[in-house]
Design a binder for this molecule. Structure first.
Ligand code: ADP
Length: 537
């Protein structure tokens, strides 16, 4: 014990970190400021804080306890934002579900997460009805209705009705421990069933603070929700915008003209998204000859921005920030910090620098490139390729009820990303390849195994392998290689695609099917690298 160690943690100098405190702070400082604009519904910070406390209290009165799961299936809206605060204020864990999933996967997620309440937008009434039919213990169904009467009797009650059961002045408790779970986000890994990534209050708080910092946010920030809030809780920006007291501008559907109108009408300063969103936006605005009247920041993640995108974006008035991350790291874990001298470089050279995934965000200790066999750090020579491994305080708790996958992901004291990269001499990482069987289409993960499992159910399929195929719009799309059964008539590619579309979310179905024998290794494993290469030739 040294002389400094007898000073204890007390209530005066130590409390559990949680992003919930950020809303309390902004509500005190900016009570009348616009916190959220959701079409014609505008909430001040005072109102947002009250509604969150009220819903948290209503959930508690309905018997929701710490450790329970409350799920939501809803596009970007004030209800979706509120849930990021109200649910953890009740001590519960928010599971925000991707609206593009099919009903079978929604049912899997609800059952696996043991959701006790489901807030759902009535636009998805049919999917929810089908998903609920598969559950032994259905959650309390709470309808978020845009049009009165849209629920057709499926819901137990409406969102606004449930809200009235709570007290808007109710107090809320910090979590007993900052390591307590705050949210649950399902991600398609390399295996078929999605994995439930669990976030902790501490990481959510740190991710909110660092994400605000890396994106130069202040109380003047007006943030447009082009990124779905169900992707890693909107890369923690659901909490980061509130941290700075900025304004959240909701967007239900990605539509270039709607985005442009909101940017101009509300003075949007910041937004995030996958390159597919930026491409679509640039194409549509370019076609109409539109430019921004004030520059806006656009953080791109999910894939590296090509030089043509950076060029077009700057012409229209966007300043591009390149982020890299995964669901397991609360979204952004690295960013390509712009060095002032790059500004002098010709565009092509600058774009090469900006396309690198970059350096760790502040909440992490390290984003390293390690040897796949020895686990040792590789030389920062811009040439030797290894796996990106991450450690620090904005890494998930682990995968829910999946000790095996958690152990595998965290082996040797690192989170293993499955991304292959080089480390440059200036300590910026650059992704070169992917070791995992994941296809990333328009920012959504597709497990190739999941698609293969469906292909194998087709009676005319003997063997199948699915790989990523480059696509101008989506970045990547699934391509299936199928070896048909010997006897009988060979299936047509159209028939196989239709078979898949009936059994999975449409974005996961193969866009192309190639029939023929599959190349194998000596031990009989399908050589996916040869299949991938055959597509790029
Ligand atoms: P998110 O929901 O944030 O898209 P996912 O977990 O679904 O996160 O996908 C993470 C994967 O996306 C990474 O492991 C990597 O393969 C890819 N990825 C993310 N950002 C980038 C980037 N900037 N450049 C290249 N690949 C990226």
């Amino acid at each position: 014990m040294n002389k400094y160690n007898n000073l204890d943690k007390t209530a005066a100098n130590h409390s559990a970190l949680t992003p919930l405190s950020l809303l309390q702070r902004s509500a005190r400082i900016f009570p009348d400021k616009r916190a959220v604009i959701d079409d014609d519904r505008i909430l001040s910070y005072r109102q947002l804080y009250q509604r969150c406390r009220q819903m948290g209290d209503a959930l508690r009165r309905r018997g929701i306890n710490p450790g329970d799961t409350v799920a939501i299936l809803c596009p970007n809206s004030h209800e979706m934002l509120e849930s990021h605060y109200s649910v953890p204020m009740a001590g519960a864990v928010l599971n925000s579900i991707n609206i593009r999933l099919d009903s079978a996967t929604i049912a899997f997620v609800l059952a696996h997460g043991e959701a006790r309440v489901l807030f759902y937008d009535t636009q998805w009434e049919n999917e929810i009805r089908a998903a609920i039919a598969e559950l032994e213990v259905p959650p309390l169904l709470v309808a978020i209705e845009r049009k009165a009467g849209a629920s057709e009797g499926l819901a137990d009650l409406g969102y606004e009705h449930l809200l009235t059961e709570g007290d808007p002045e109710a107090s809320w408790q910090r979590p007993a421990d900052e390591w307590d779970a705050i949210t649950l986000n399902y991600t398609s890994g390399t295996t078929g069933n999605p994995k439930g990534v669990v976030y902790h209050h501490r990481g959510a708080y740190l991710a909110a603070m660092t994400n605000a910092m890396v994106f130069d946010m202040t109380a003047e920030t007006v943030y447009l929700w082009t990124l779905p809030m169900f992707h890693c809780n909107g890369w923690a920006y659901t909490w980061a915008i509130t941290a700075v007291g900025g304004t959240h501008v909701c967007l239900r559907e990605v539509d270039a003209m709607e985005i442009y109108r909101r940017i101009e009408d509300y003075g949007v300063t910041h937004m995030c998204g996958a390159p597919v969103v930026m491409n679509m936006l640039l194409q549509d605005l370019g076609r109409e000859g539109l430019t921004l009247s004030r520059p806006a920041h656009f953080a791109l993640g999910g894939a590296a921005p090509p030089s043509s995108v950076i060029h077009k974006a700057e012409d229209i008035g966007f300043q591009v920030t390149h982020l890299y991350g995964l669901t397991e790291t609360f979204g952004p874990s690295a960013l390509c910090v712009l060095q002032p001298e790059w500004q002098q470089l010709p565009l092509e050279e600058r774009a090469v620098k900006m396309s690198r995934q970059g350096v760790p965000t502040h909440g992490l200790d390290e984003v390293a490139v390690l040897d796949m066999d020895s686990g040792e750090p590789l030389p920062a020579d811009g040439n030797t390729m290894g796996e990106i491994c991450i450690r620090g305080n904005t890494v998930m708790k682990g995968y829910l009820k999946n000790a095996e996958a958690t152990e595998k992901a965290f082996r040797d004291g690192w989170f293993h990303t499955g991304d292959l990269a080089v480390m440059h001499p200036d300590h910026y990482v650059e992704i070169r390849d992917r070791a995992k069987d994941v296809i990333i289409s328009g920012g959504e993960n597709i497990s190739s195994l999941e698609v293969e499992e469906v292909l194998y159910r087709h009676p005319k399929v003997s063997e199948a392998a699915v790989v990523a195929m480059a696509d101008e719009k989506w970045g990547e799309v699934p391509c299936a290689f199928v070896n048909p059964v010997d006897d009988g008539e060979a299936p047509t590619p159209e028939e196989i695609i239709a078979f898949c579309r009936e059994r999975m979310a449409h974005f996961k179905a193969p866009r192309k099917v190639v029939l023929g024998e599959l190349p194998k290794t000596a031990t009989g494993k399908i050589r996916k690298n040869i299949l991938r290469d055959s597509l790029s030739r």
